[in-house]
Design a protein around this ligand. Structure first.
Ligand code: ZN
Length: 181
């Protein structure tokens, strides 16, 4: 059954949805830093500057490398590259997380299908809503005619990095997963 309480790593109150951090601590300690990223603060920024160790531990090396490349693009103000890197990270993080941490192979699955599966697993509704919105933006980014303004690119990168934090903060345990029909 989904939703067994586990203590928040920082405040030790029960975290919801089998998460490392409660929503307040996730925002205060991780998301707030991500939302403040801008070219002038991204110089030499590393994943470890944004994500605590227990979130980093679940991320694979490719993801960490991609995120640091994205941070480099933000520092260099490469707006189109930021949108494309963000889209790539979005897709990778969603699929890798489902594969590695939830034992669901979604290599051949379209993004919409991945999101539906997460929903069936009992992922939080706000996470599902954020994923769906990012899926739509990602489709725009992959479309040749779509041009991203600096503000749009920066916002997309912050949303994707916030998503990385939210997804890796959510950690369903194998014995608590709902069986898929
Ligand atoms: Zn907390």
């Amino acid at each position: 059954m989904i939703g067994l309480d586990s203590p928040c790593q920082y405040c030790h109150f029960a975290a919801q949805d089998n998460s490392y951090l409660c929503p307040t601590c996730l925002y205060e300690h991780v998301i707030r830093k991500i939302l403040a990223i801008k070219p002038s603060t991204a110089e030499n920024m590393q994943c470890a500057d944004l994500f605590p160790d227990f979130l980093l531990a679940d991320m694979d090396d490719f993801l960490i490398k991609d995120i640091e490349e994205l941070l480099g693009c933000i520092y260099a103000e490469l707006w189109t590259a930021i949108a494309l890197m963000s889209s790539r990270i979005f897709e990778q993080v969603l699929k890798n997380h489902m594969k590695l941490n939830m034992n669901i192979n979604v290599d051949e699955e379209v993004l919409g299908g991945c999101i539906k599966r997460l929903e069936k697993q009992g992922a939080p509704a706000n996470l599902i809503a954020a994923l769906t919105e990012l899926r739509d933006t990602r489709n725009d980014a992959m479309h040749a005619n779509k041009r991203f303004s600096p503000a749009d690119s920066l916002e997309l990168s912050r949303k994707v990095l916030s998503l990385v934090a939210s997804v890796y903060n959510y950690r369903p345990k194998p014995n608590t997963m709902i069986t898929l029909a």
